[in-house]
Structures are given as C-alpha cells and as structure tokens.
Design a protein around this ligand. Sequence first.
Ligand SMILES: [Zn+2]
Length: 220
Amino acid sequence: MKNMRNRVYEANLLLPEYGLVVGTQGNVSGMDRRRGIIYIKPSGVPYEKMKPADIVGIDVNGNVIEGKLKPSVDWVHHAFIYAHMKDVCGVVHTHSPYATAFAAAGIPVPCLSTGQADVFGGEIPITDYVDNRADGIGREILKHKRNGCPAVILGKHGVFSFDASPEKAVFAALMVEYFAKINLFAILMGQAKGINVEPMTLPEIEKWYKRYHGGGYGQK
Ligand SMILES: [Zn+2]
C-alpha cells in the first residue's frame, strides 16, 4: 500500500492531466489522521518538475514535519478543513475554468442532470467572496457546504473539494468542472431559445443520489 506522501504526489499530478490547473496554480493535500500529518503540494513548484520528496508534511499549525520545501500558501485553508471536518482526508483547490466562471458570476452550479444528482445530491453551493487572510476561506466553506456534497464554489475565486481521500477529492474537483461545463452550455442554449433552464426537482435529485450512494440498489 502506498504511503500518503506518494498518494498526494500522484493526486497533484492529476490536476494538470485533467486540465483543472494552469502554471503552478491549484493544490491537493491528504491527511494521515493517525499520525496527524497533512501532506501538501510545495509552494510555487511546477507540476512537471515536482518529485514525491517535494511533497511537504506539516502539522495542523503549518509547522514542517517532513520535507525541505515550504508548503503551498493555501495550507491554512486545507488545515482548517481537516480541523473542522473530521471525516475528510483529502482536499483539493483549483481555479478550473468552467467552475470559476460560476464563481466569477456568483452563481451556484445548479443541478440540471442526473449525473450531478448522483455525485453531488443537488446544486454545488457558492460562498461569498473572502480574501485569503487567516481562516476566512475555511470559515466561509464551513458556512456554505452542504452535507453529502463534497465541494463548494468559492465566490470570485475557484473551487474547494474535500472527501475521504485525496483521490476522491480530485474526483470531486473533476466532476465540479465537468458539470459546470455542461450546465454553462445548457443555460446558454436555453437563453438562446428564450427558455429558463430549470433544475431537477428535489425528490428526483434525492432518488438518484440515494441510488448512486448505495441506498438498497446493486448487488449484495
Ligand atoms: Zn486559489
């Protein structure tokens, strides 16, 4: 079994591979809860030059425990999420373009199709704008997150996703971008036809979400 440092390294490489980041933007972290160590991308290191040993291990106060480099400047927000969501062991931050279009417009990603109902159980909520000082971003995420939905849109900024592992959090970040893209086109196509594209109804969303999350369907 791979250790958390290598898993976080590989999860970070998925961000450029999936087209979710440009340059040195974006970051993935993973927490080894047993040892209390958060592994996170180093600050300002290009993905193509990053090595597994560059991943930084910090404690919840940002003290470097493993590694030689400085952690991502976003470590504060990651650490806040781990401190306040005890079942989370993976956090991702991106400025992926379609999702960030919703962030820029100040609009949550509405639930317009069954695939989004499956994964997110409804719309992907959006926070108010906050600057990156202290724990403002973390508090805003806590305030706006919805149970069962592993992501939020950060107003005027981008995306945070959080789940039980770094791999799952990367999947959630990818899905946020995927549905933001679909929904943007759906909304624009609706507007071109003079149609107000409506979200799915809550009972329908719930049905899909429960089935996807194993509510009595599938094989034993
Ligand atoms: Zn950012």
